[in-house]
Design a protein around this ligand. Sequence first.
Ligand SMILES: Nc1ncnc2c1ncn2[C@@H]1O[C@H](COP(=O)(O)OP(=O)(O)OP(=O)(O)O)[C@@H](O)[C@H]1O
Ligand SMILES: [Mg+2]
Length: 240
Amino acid sequence: MTDNILKVSGLKVAYGGIKAVKGLDLEVNKGELVTLIGANGAGKTTTLKAITGTLPPCKVEGEISYLGKPLRGTQSFRMVQQKLAMVPEGRGVFTRMTIHENLLMGAYTRDDQAGIAQDIEKWYAVFPRLKERSSQLAGTLSGGEQQMLAMARALMCHPTLLLLDEPSMGLSPIMVEKIFEVIRDVSQQGITILLVEQNAKLALQAAHRGYVMESGSLTMTGNAAQMLNDPRVQAAYLGE
Ligand SMILES: Nc1ncnc2c1ncn2[C@@H]1O[C@H](COP(=O)(O)OP(=O)(O)OP(=O)(O)O)[C@@H](O)[C@H]1O
Ligand SMILES: [Mg+2]
């Protein structure tokens, strides 16, 4: 028996004449940290958006199931209720709300006030920068600070599955380390993660399994440690 959390079968997405995803099969099992790597324009964000149903109007084919049930057509708020959380590329924090309000919004499906307050304190301890600025509007945060907030907000709902789209983008090397430390921690706590990354090395070091995507198709998949040592991955994605 596999504890299947997410299963994508035969996914095709076309924006008008542009075939962005050309028949993709991918799965993520319970407790796994799976990474999807690939160059700019490979179709990674499109794949995540197809999963969360946040694509602009375009042609989508294929099946997506979450916890064994079809996901396509499910509204975003239902996904959060079903504990599927996503940190989109470009972060998507509520810019006109304070940091504190953003974190509370992340927990809107919960009603355990004490637990929520505890979680907020936990994230403030992980990212002290957010604590110092808790009453500042999120839109006035730096890019890196918004990234921290987006991640903390997504985790406030205690997701079963967390989708991350390039969490390291635009961060300083120290913050990249920090974000990956948080990703590894969250994974060790048992949250299942699908991580899209440009930083193939860090992603494969953190992940259990990986997929490589090129021009809309998967070209390689396997154990992450083995992929790190694969000469093809090294040549194309690790700059080695
Ligand atoms: N709304 C859109 N309309 C038309 N084409 C789009 C749209 N969004 C993405 N595309 C095209 O689809 C392809 C895949 O884009 P996508 O954003 O999924 O790539 P990606 O792998 O996430 O790249 P990156 O690493 O740069 O974020 C690209 O060729 C892109 O130009
Ligand atoms: Mg992208």
